[in-house]
Design a protein around this ligand. Sequence first.
Ligand SMILES: NC(=O)CC[C@H](N)C(=O)O
Length: 199
Amino acid sequence: MAGNGAPTVGVLALQGDFREHANVLRGLGADVTLVRRPSELAAVDGLVIPGGESSVMDKLSRTFGLAEPLKEAIEGGLPIYGTCAGLIMLANTIVDGIRGQQSLGGLDVSVRRNAFGSQGDSFETDLDIPALGEHPLHAVFIRAPIVEDVGPKATALAELADGRVVAVEQGNLLGTSFHPEVTGDTRFHEYFLAKIRAA
Ligand SMILES: NC(=O)CC[C@H](N)C(=O)O
């Protein structure tokens, strides 16, 4: 990002918990733009794709003419952070999508939707994430996906105790199965803002 001013961070606002991300980012000093149109996407230094329902987000992004500009932004190196449904949107492969569901792609991973069944549908746990420092991160999972396969271009940042991957990074892209926007621990958003500043 050029210059030393506050970065302009977009939050894709088609559906889902975009307001929570916007609040966290504003609290960290970012200028936040809610993105619903290609012109709004073109004006940001980075983008968050929030949690919600990936199949709906997929349909809306195509209906609103955002899917192609989003793919171009991913390929063009725009820093993008996807949480939960947002991670599904960034995955090259979706397992258990609804019929016809497409992702934007970019992350060399395979992601399974709703991977925790009804029992573990929503749960919370502490994760060791070396990239964020020593203290474990409290992570909230809500009908969360799991990263079933991490390809050679992507790096796992966090795993559950059983070894299943729940956070990944690849160049400009960052994805988490869980929702750091609801816990008050802002380290993932800070990590993303540092990526934007370094871009
Ligand atoms: N909290 C979430 O984003 C849930 C994701 C949702 N299950 C999906 O498939 O998109």
